[in-house]
Design a protein around this ligand. Structure first.
Ligand SMILES: Cc1ncc(COP(=O)(O)O)c(C=O)c1O
Length: 428
Protein backbone atom coordinates (compact mmCIF):
# COMPACT_ATOMS: atom_id res chain seq x y z
CA UNK A 1 0.00 0.00 0.00
CA UNK A 2 1.24 3.48 -0.91
CA UNK A 3 2.34 5.32 2.21
CA UNK A 4 1.25 8.91 2.68
CA UNK A 5 3.75 11.64 3.44
CA UNK A 6 3.01 13.40 6.71
CA UNK A 7 2.91 16.86 5.21
CA UNK A 8 0.53 16.06 2.35
CA UNK A 9 -2.28 18.63 2.12
CA UNK A 10 -5.68 17.29 3.13
CA UNK A 11 -8.29 17.20 0.36
CA UNK A 12 -10.59 19.22 2.65
CA UNK A 13 -7.99 22.04 2.46
CA UNK A 14 -7.36 21.84 -1.29
CA UNK A 15 -5.10 18.76 -1.59
CA UNK A 16 -5.62 15.76 -3.87
CA UNK A 17 -8.11 13.20 -2.60
CA UNK A 18 -6.89 9.67 -1.88
CA UNK A 19 -9.96 7.89 -3.29
CA UNK A 20 -11.00 9.14 -6.72
CA UNK A 21 -14.70 9.84 -7.23
CA UNK A 22 -16.66 6.83 -8.53
CA UNK A 23 -14.22 4.29 -6.99
CA UNK A 24 -16.64 3.09 -4.29
CA UNK A 25 -19.50 1.23 -5.94
CA UNK A 26 -23.03 1.34 -4.50
CA UNK A 27 -24.75 -1.43 -2.58
CA UNK A 28 -26.23 -3.87 -3.46
CA UNK A 29 -24.90 -5.26 -6.74
CA UNK A 30 -27.82 -5.96 -9.08
CA UNK A 31 -27.52 -8.94 -11.41
CA UNK A 32 -29.51 -10.79 -14.04
CA UNK A 33 -31.30 -12.93 -11.46
CA UNK A 34 -32.67 -9.80 -9.71
CA UNK A 35 -33.95 -8.47 -13.04
CA UNK A 36 -35.43 -11.80 -14.08
CA UNK A 37 -37.24 -12.47 -10.80
CA UNK A 38 -38.58 -8.95 -10.33
CA UNK A 39 -39.83 -8.85 -13.93
CA UNK A 40 -41.48 -12.26 -13.59
CA UNK A 41 -43.26 -11.04 -10.45
CA UNK A 42 -44.33 -7.86 -12.24
CA UNK A 43 -45.89 -9.90 -14.99
CA UNK A 44 -47.24 -12.53 -12.62
CA UNK A 45 -50.40 -10.69 -11.66
CA UNK A 46 -50.19 -11.19 -7.88
CA UNK A 47 -48.78 -8.01 -6.49
CA UNK A 48 -49.82 -8.12 -2.85
CA UNK A 49 -48.76 -11.11 -0.72
CA UNK A 50 -47.92 -13.54 -3.53
CA UNK A 51 -46.01 -16.72 -4.38
CA UNK A 52 -42.61 -15.06 -4.03
CA UNK A 53 -43.50 -14.12 -0.42
CA UNK A 54 -44.36 -17.68 0.58
CA UNK A 55 -41.30 -19.09 -1.23
CA UNK A 56 -39.05 -16.47 0.38
CA UNK A 57 -40.31 -17.34 3.87
CA UNK A 58 -39.38 -21.00 3.36
CA UNK A 59 -35.98 -20.08 1.91
CA UNK A 60 -35.17 -17.62 4.71
CA UNK A 61 -36.28 -20.11 7.33
CA UNK A 62 -33.92 -22.71 5.81
CA UNK A 63 -31.09 -20.16 5.55
CA UNK A 64 -31.48 -18.87 9.12
CA UNK A 65 -32.17 -22.21 10.77
CA UNK A 66 -35.32 -20.83 12.45
CA UNK A 67 -38.52 -22.85 12.04
CA UNK A 68 -40.89 -19.99 11.16
CA UNK A 69 -40.13 -16.84 9.19
CA UNK A 70 -42.80 -14.30 8.26
CA UNK A 71 -41.92 -11.76 5.58
CA UNK A 72 -43.05 -8.28 6.57
CA UNK A 73 -42.42 -4.71 5.51
CA UNK A 74 -39.68 -3.81 8.03
CA UNK A 75 -37.46 -4.91 10.87
CA UNK A 76 -39.44 -2.54 13.08
CA UNK A 77 -42.66 -4.41 12.28
CA UNK A 78 -40.89 -7.68 13.05
CA UNK A 79 -39.78 -6.36 16.46
CA UNK A 80 -43.31 -5.24 17.25
CA UNK A 81 -44.67 -8.69 16.36
CA UNK A 82 -41.97 -10.30 18.50
CA UNK A 83 -43.09 -8.32 21.56
CA UNK A 84 -46.69 -9.40 21.03
CA UNK A 85 -45.53 -12.99 20.51
CA UNK A 86 -43.87 -12.75 23.94
CA UNK A 87 -47.16 -11.53 25.48
CA UNK A 88 -45.76 -8.15 26.45
CA UNK A 89 -48.47 -5.52 26.91
CA UNK A 90 -49.58 -2.28 28.54
CA UNK A 91 -47.40 -1.23 31.45
CA UNK A 92 -44.91 -4.08 31.03
CA UNK A 93 -41.23 -3.27 30.74
CA UNK A 94 -38.63 -4.49 28.26
CA UNK A 95 -34.87 -4.14 28.67
CA UNK A 96 -33.24 -2.38 25.69
CA UNK A 97 -29.63 -1.26 25.09
CA UNK A 98 -29.15 2.49 25.46
CA UNK A 99 -27.33 2.59 22.13
CA UNK A 100 -29.17 1.15 19.16
CA UNK A 101 -31.46 2.09 16.30
CA UNK A 102 -34.53 3.81 17.84
CA UNK A 103 -36.85 1.02 16.59
CA UNK A 104 -35.40 -1.39 19.15
CA UNK A 105 -37.15 0.84 21.71
CA UNK A 106 -40.03 2.42 19.79
CA UNK A 107 -41.37 -1.06 18.97
CA UNK A 108 -42.20 -1.18 22.70
CA UNK A 109 -44.08 2.11 22.59
CA UNK A 110 -46.30 0.91 19.73
CA UNK A 111 -47.67 -1.55 22.25
CA UNK A 112 -47.70 0.60 25.41
CA UNK A 113 -44.65 -1.24 26.74
CA UNK A 114 -42.04 0.81 28.61
CA UNK A 115 -38.42 0.49 27.42
CA UNK A 116 -35.87 0.38 30.25
CA UNK A 117 -32.40 1.25 29.01
CA UNK A 118 -29.11 -0.40 29.97
CA UNK A 119 -25.73 1.08 29.05
CA UNK A 120 -23.43 -0.62 26.52
CA UNK A 121 -19.95 -2.08 27.02
CA UNK A 122 -17.12 -0.22 25.38
CA UNK A 123 -15.37 -3.07 23.60
CA UNK A 124 -18.31 -4.73 21.87
CA UNK A 125 -20.67 -1.69 21.72
CA UNK A 126 -23.42 -4.13 22.78
CA UNK A 127 -25.62 -4.12 25.89
CA UNK A 128 -23.58 -4.47 29.09
CA UNK A 129 -24.70 -7.89 30.28
CA UNK A 130 -23.36 -7.18 33.77
CA UNK A 131 -25.80 -4.27 34.18
CA UNK A 132 -28.99 -6.02 33.05
CA UNK A 133 -30.02 -7.59 36.36
CA UNK A 134 -30.04 -4.22 38.15
CA UNK A 135 -32.62 -2.97 35.60
CA UNK A 136 -35.04 -5.86 36.06
CA UNK A 137 -38.24 -5.10 37.98
CA UNK A 138 -41.40 -7.14 38.69
CA UNK A 139 -42.83 -5.61 35.46
CA UNK A 140 -39.99 -6.74 33.19
CA UNK A 141 -41.20 -9.23 30.60
CA UNK A 142 -38.49 -9.34 27.96
CA UNK A 143 -34.92 -8.50 27.08
CA UNK A 144 -34.43 -7.08 23.59
CA UNK A 145 -30.83 -7.85 22.67
CA UNK A 146 -29.38 -6.03 19.68
CA UNK A 147 -26.47 -7.67 17.86
CA UNK A 148 -25.07 -4.30 16.94
CA UNK A 149 -23.12 -3.82 13.73
CA UNK A 150 -23.10 -7.59 13.23
CA UNK A 151 -21.38 -8.62 16.46
CA UNK A 152 -23.55 -10.83 18.63
CA UNK A 153 -24.25 -10.24 22.29
CA UNK A 154 -22.92 -12.96 24.60
CA UNK A 155 -26.09 -15.05 24.39
CA UNK A 156 -24.92 -17.54 27.00
CA UNK A 157 -25.07 -14.78 29.61
CA UNK A 158 -28.38 -13.43 28.27
CA UNK A 159 -30.11 -16.81 28.31
CA UNK A 160 -28.87 -17.43 31.87
CA UNK A 161 -30.26 -14.08 33.09
CA UNK A 162 -33.55 -14.63 31.23
CA UNK A 163 -33.89 -18.14 32.67
CA UNK A 164 -33.18 -16.95 36.21
CA UNK A 165 -35.81 -14.17 36.02
CA UNK A 166 -38.39 -15.88 33.80
CA UNK A 167 -37.98 -13.38 30.94
CA UNK A 168 -38.48 -13.76 27.21
CA UNK A 169 -35.61 -12.95 24.86
CA UNK A 170 -36.06 -11.09 21.57
CA UNK A 171 -33.05 -10.93 19.28
CA UNK A 172 -32.82 -7.79 17.16
CA UNK A 173 -30.86 -9.33 14.27
CA UNK A 174 -31.59 -6.46 11.88
CA UNK A 175 -27.84 -6.00 11.36
CA UNK A 176 -26.70 -9.51 12.19
CA UNK A 177 -27.48 -11.89 9.30
CA UNK A 178 -24.95 -14.70 9.49
CA UNK A 179 -23.23 -13.48 12.69
CA UNK A 180 -22.39 -16.29 15.12
CA UNK A 181 -21.76 -16.79 18.81
CA UNK A 182 -20.17 -20.07 19.92
CA UNK A 183 -20.99 -21.53 16.50
CA UNK A 184 -24.73 -20.70 16.57
CA UNK A 185 -26.18 -18.06 14.29
CA UNK A 186 -28.01 -14.89 15.25
CA UNK A 187 -31.71 -15.45 15.85
CA UNK A 188 -31.41 -19.06 17.01
CA UNK A 189 -30.93 -18.40 20.75
CA UNK A 190 -33.95 -16.38 21.89
CA UNK A 191 -37.72 -16.81 21.78
CA UNK A 192 -38.17 -14.61 18.72
CA UNK A 193 -35.97 -12.73 16.27
CA UNK A 194 -36.33 -9.77 13.94
CA UNK A 195 -34.33 -9.25 10.75
CA UNK A 196 -34.35 -6.23 8.43
CA UNK A 197 -33.79 -6.28 4.68
CA UNK A 198 -33.77 -2.53 4.15
CA UNK A 199 -31.48 -0.76 1.67
CA UNK A 200 -28.44 -0.75 3.91
CA UNK A 201 -28.65 -4.27 5.29
CA UNK A 202 -26.38 -7.14 4.23
CA UNK A 203 -29.46 -8.66 2.61
CA UNK A 204 -31.27 -5.89 0.77
CA UNK A 205 -34.78 -5.76 -0.67
CA UNK A 206 -35.19 -1.99 -0.45
CA UNK A 207 -37.43 -2.26 2.61
CA UNK A 208 -38.54 -5.42 4.41
CA UNK A 209 -37.97 -7.75 7.31
CA UNK A 210 -38.63 -11.14 8.89
CA UNK A 211 -40.35 -11.98 12.14
CA UNK A 212 -38.99 -15.38 13.20
CA UNK A 213 -39.60 -17.92 15.93
CA UNK A 214 -39.06 -21.61 16.55
CA UNK A 215 -42.16 -21.70 18.74
CA UNK A 216 -45.46 -22.45 16.94
CA UNK A 217 -47.67 -20.64 19.47
CA UNK A 218 -45.48 -17.56 19.72
CA UNK A 219 -45.24 -17.34 15.98
CA UNK A 220 -49.02 -17.52 15.60
CA UNK A 221 -49.51 -14.89 18.31
CA UNK A 222 -47.02 -12.47 16.75
CA UNK A 223 -48.59 -12.99 13.35
CA UNK A 224 -51.92 -11.64 14.61
CA UNK A 225 -50.51 -8.15 14.16
CA UNK A 226 -49.44 -8.69 10.57
CA UNK A 227 -52.67 -8.16 8.64
CA UNK A 228 -55.24 -5.80 10.23
CA UNK A 229 -55.84 -8.15 13.14
CA UNK A 230 -57.77 -10.39 10.81
CA UNK A 231 -56.60 -13.43 12.64
CA UNK A 232 -59.11 -15.85 11.25
CA UNK A 233 -59.62 -19.23 12.83
CA UNK A 234 -58.29 -21.74 10.26
CA UNK A 235 -61.80 -22.99 9.39
CA UNK A 236 -63.29 -19.52 8.79
CA UNK A 237 -63.50 -17.93 5.36
CA UNK A 238 -62.01 -14.49 4.82
CA UNK A 239 -64.33 -12.17 6.64
CA UNK A 240 -62.48 -8.83 6.74
CA UNK A 241 -63.07 -8.96 10.45
CA UNK A 242 -60.71 -7.65 13.10
CA UNK A 243 -60.54 -10.43 15.66
CA UNK A 244 -57.91 -8.45 17.51
CA UNK A 245 -55.78 -5.34 17.07
CA UNK A 246 -53.56 -5.48 14.05
CA UNK A 247 -51.46 -3.35 11.73
CA UNK A 248 -50.66 -3.71 8.05
CA UNK A 249 -47.22 -5.25 8.16
CA UNK A 250 -47.32 -7.38 5.00
CA UNK A 251 -44.94 -6.79 2.13
CA UNK A 252 -45.49 -7.31 -1.59
CA UNK A 253 -44.58 -9.92 -4.17
CA UNK A 254 -42.22 -7.60 -6.09
CA UNK A 255 -40.19 -6.91 -2.98
CA UNK A 256 -40.11 -10.61 -2.15
CA UNK A 257 -38.89 -11.44 -5.66
CA UNK A 258 -35.99 -9.00 -5.19
CA UNK A 259 -35.29 -10.44 -1.72
CA UNK A 260 -35.23 -14.02 -3.08
CA UNK A 261 -32.68 -13.09 -5.70
CA UNK A 262 -30.49 -11.33 -3.12
CA UNK A 263 -30.77 -14.26 -0.70
CA UNK A 264 -29.10 -16.54 -3.26
CA UNK A 265 -25.97 -14.35 -2.98
CA UNK A 266 -26.09 -13.60 0.74
CA UNK A 267 -23.43 -16.12 1.82
CA UNK A 268 -21.09 -15.03 -0.94
CA UNK A 269 -21.61 -11.34 -0.07
CA UNK A 270 -20.97 -12.04 3.62
CA UNK A 271 -17.74 -13.86 2.76
CA UNK A 272 -16.55 -10.93 0.66
CA UNK A 273 -17.34 -8.44 3.44
CA UNK A 274 -15.20 -10.60 5.78
CA UNK A 275 -12.25 -10.48 3.39
CA UNK A 276 -12.55 -6.72 2.91
CA UNK A 277 -12.90 -6.03 6.65
CA UNK A 278 -9.90 -8.23 7.43
CA UNK A 279 -7.78 -6.36 4.86
CA UNK A 280 -8.89 -3.00 6.26
CA UNK A 281 -8.01 -4.06 9.83
CA UNK A 282 -4.62 -5.26 8.63
CA UNK A 283 -3.87 -1.97 6.86
CA UNK A 284 -5.10 0.18 9.78
CA UNK A 285 -3.31 -1.77 12.52
CA UNK A 286 -0.44 0.72 12.86
CA UNK A 287 -2.41 3.94 12.30
CA UNK A 288 -2.25 5.83 15.59
CA UNK A 289 -5.25 6.85 17.70
CA UNK A 290 -7.76 4.52 16.07
CA UNK A 291 -9.72 1.99 18.10
CA UNK A 292 -10.61 -0.74 15.62
CA UNK A 293 -13.67 -3.03 16.01
CA UNK A 294 -13.05 -6.01 18.28
CA UNK A 295 -14.15 -9.59 17.69
CA UNK A 296 -14.01 -11.34 21.08
CA UNK A 297 -13.23 -15.07 21.23
CA UNK A 298 -16.19 -17.24 20.29
CA UNK A 299 -17.76 -14.57 18.07
CA UNK A 300 -18.04 -14.36 14.29
CA UNK A 301 -18.59 -10.71 13.30
CA UNK A 302 -20.46 -10.08 10.04
CA UNK A 303 -19.05 -6.51 9.77
CA UNK A 304 -22.39 -5.03 8.78
CA UNK A 305 -20.88 -1.76 9.94
CA UNK A 306 -17.12 -1.37 10.39
CA UNK A 307 -17.06 1.09 13.29
CA UNK A 308 -13.92 2.93 14.33
CA UNK A 309 -13.54 5.03 17.46
CA UNK A 310 -10.97 7.85 17.61
CA UNK A 311 -9.05 7.76 20.88
CA UNK A 312 -10.00 11.24 22.03
CA UNK A 313 -8.15 10.92 25.33
CA UNK A 314 -4.86 10.15 23.60
CA UNK A 315 -5.64 12.93 21.10
CA UNK A 316 -6.26 15.31 24.03
CA UNK A 317 -9.73 16.07 22.71
CA UNK A 318 -11.82 14.32 25.36
CA UNK A 319 -13.55 17.57 26.28
CA UNK A 320 -14.52 18.54 22.70
CA UNK A 321 -14.63 15.01 21.28
CA UNK A 322 -17.76 15.47 19.20
CA UNK A 323 -16.51 18.63 17.50
CA UNK A 324 -13.08 17.17 16.76
CA UNK A 325 -14.58 13.85 15.57
CA UNK A 326 -16.82 15.76 13.16
CA UNK A 327 -13.76 17.53 11.75
CA UNK A 328 -11.92 14.23 11.26
CA UNK A 329 -14.99 12.75 9.54
CA UNK A 330 -15.28 15.79 7.25
CA UNK A 331 -11.61 15.40 6.36
CA UNK A 332 -12.12 11.67 5.62
CA UNK A 333 -15.15 12.40 3.45
CA UNK A 334 -13.16 14.96 1.47
CA UNK A 335 -10.57 12.21 0.83
CA UNK A 336 -13.40 10.12 -0.68
CA UNK A 337 -14.18 7.87 2.31
CA UNK A 338 -17.86 6.94 2.48
CA UNK A 339 -18.17 7.19 6.27
CA UNK A 340 -20.58 8.65 8.79
CA UNK A 341 -21.96 8.68 12.29
CA UNK A 342 -24.39 5.80 12.57
CA UNK A 343 -26.26 7.11 15.62
CA UNK A 344 -25.28 10.34 17.30
CA UNK A 345 -27.38 9.95 20.45
CA UNK A 346 -28.18 7.27 23.00
CA UNK A 347 -31.86 6.34 22.53
CA UNK A 348 -32.93 7.80 25.94
CA UNK A 349 -31.55 11.14 24.75
CA UNK A 350 -33.84 11.18 21.70
CA UNK A 351 -36.61 13.77 21.86
CA UNK A 352 -39.73 11.58 22.13
CA UNK A 353 -38.13 9.23 24.63
CA UNK A 354 -36.54 11.96 26.74
CA UNK A 355 -39.89 13.80 26.88
CA UNK A 356 -41.62 10.51 27.79
CA UNK A 357 -44.33 11.27 25.29
CA UNK A 358 -44.95 8.76 22.52
CA UNK A 359 -48.37 9.35 20.94
CA UNK A 360 -49.30 12.28 23.20
CA UNK A 361 -50.50 12.98 26.76
CA UNK A 362 -47.48 11.27 28.23
CA UNK A 363 -48.57 7.78 27.22
CA UNK A 364 -47.52 5.10 27.91
CA UNK A 365 -45.31 6.33 30.78
CA UNK A 366 -48.22 8.10 32.45
CA UNK A 367 -50.49 5.07 32.16
CA UNK A 368 -51.83 3.83 35.50
CA UNK A 369 -50.47 0.38 34.65
CA UNK A 370 -46.93 1.73 34.33
CA UNK A 371 -44.29 2.35 36.97
CA UNK A 372 -42.01 5.40 36.95
CA UNK A 373 -38.77 4.83 35.04
CA UNK A 374 -35.65 6.97 35.17
CA UNK A 375 -33.91 7.94 31.93
CA UNK A 376 -31.34 10.33 33.39
CA UNK A 377 -28.44 10.34 30.99
CA UNK A 378 -25.68 9.88 33.55
CA UNK A 379 -26.71 6.20 33.57
CA UNK A 380 -25.33 5.72 30.05
CA UNK A 381 -21.77 7.12 30.06
CA UNK A 382 -20.37 4.50 27.70
CA UNK A 383 -23.11 4.99 25.10
CA UNK A 384 -22.60 8.75 25.27
CA UNK A 385 -18.83 8.47 24.80
CA UNK A 386 -19.31 6.10 21.90
CA UNK A 387 -21.71 8.58 20.26
CA UNK A 388 -19.03 11.28 20.34
CA UNK A 389 -16.02 9.18 19.34
CA UNK A 390 -17.11 6.96 16.47
CA UNK A 391 -17.52 6.83 12.75
CA UNK A 392 -18.63 3.86 10.67
CA UNK A 393 -18.57 2.39 7.17
CA UNK A 394 -20.92 -0.01 5.41
CA UNK A 395 -21.00 0.27 1.59
CA UNK A 396 -17.22 0.58 0.96
CA UNK A 397 -16.61 -2.89 2.40
CA UNK A 398 -19.46 -4.54 0.54
CA UNK A 399 -19.21 -6.15 -2.90
CA UNK A 400 -18.66 -5.26 -5.67
CA UNK A 401 -15.99 -3.33 -3.72
CA UNK A 402 -12.96 -5.46 -2.98
CA UNK A 403 -9.70 -5.35 -1.05
CA UNK A 404 -8.33 -2.58 -3.28
CA UNK A 405 -11.03 -0.27 -1.90
CA UNK A 406 -10.18 -1.41 1.65
CA UNK A 407 -6.56 -0.42 0.99
CA UNK A 408 -7.58 2.98 -0.33
CA UNK A 409 -9.79 3.57 2.71
CA UNK A 410 -6.85 2.75 4.96
CA UNK A 411 -4.67 5.15 2.96
CA UNK A 412 -7.19 7.94 3.54
CA UNK A 413 -7.39 7.22 7.29
CA UNK A 414 -3.60 7.16 7.47
CA UNK A 415 -3.33 10.50 5.66
CA UNK A 416 -5.89 12.22 7.86
CA UNK A 417 -4.58 10.79 11.13
CA UNK A 418 -1.02 11.80 10.16
CA UNK A 419 -2.09 15.40 9.57
CA UNK A 420 -4.16 16.23 12.63
CA UNK A 421 -2.72 19.74 12.78
CA UNK A 422 -4.50 20.39 9.46
CA UNK A 423 -7.69 18.69 10.72
CA UNK A 424 -8.04 21.48 13.27
CA UNK A 425 -8.76 23.82 10.31
CA UNK A 426 -11.33 21.60 8.60
CA UNK A 427 -14.95 22.74 8.69
CA UNK A 428 -17.24 19.93 9.87
C1 LIG B 1 -30.51 -2.55 15.06
C2 LIG B 1 -31.71 -2.21 14.23
N1 LIG B 1 -32.92 -2.55 14.68
C3 LIG B 1 -34.04 -2.29 13.98
C4 LIG B 1 -33.99 -1.67 12.76
C5 LIG B 1 -35.24 -1.39 12.01
O1 LIG B 1 -35.28 -2.01 10.76
P1 LIG B 1 -36.20 -1.40 9.61
O2 LIG B 1 -35.52 -0.16 9.10
O3 LIG B 1 -36.27 -2.47 8.58
O4 LIG B 1 -37.51 -1.10 10.22
C6 LIG B 1 -32.74 -1.29 12.23
C7 LIG B 1 -32.66 -0.59 10.94
O5 LIG B 1 -31.76 0.09 10.58
C8 LIG B 1 -31.57 -1.57 12.98
O6 LIG B 1 -30.36 -1.22 12.53
Amino acid sequence: MKSVRRSETLAALGGKRVIPGGTIKPWPPIGNLDRKMVLASLEGGQHAYGPNCTALEKEFSAWSGIKHALFCNSGTAALHMALVACECGAGDEAIVPAYTWPSSATCCLHHNIIPVFVDIEWTTMNIDTDKIEAAITPRTKAIIVVHLHGLMVNMKKIMAIAGKHGLKVIEDCCQAHGARFQGKTAGTFGDCAAFSTNQNKVMCSGEGGFFCSNDDKMFARGKTLWYFGENRPPDASEGYHAYGMGWMYRSSDLVAAFARAQLTRLNDNLARIQTNAARLSECLADVPHLILPATPKGHHHNFYNYTIRFDMEALKHASDARIFRDKIVAALKAEGVDTGIWQGWPVPEMTAIKAKNAYGRGCPWSCRHAARVDYSLDQYPVARRHCDWHTGMTTPLRPPNGTRVAELLAGAFRKVMSNLDQVENVKP
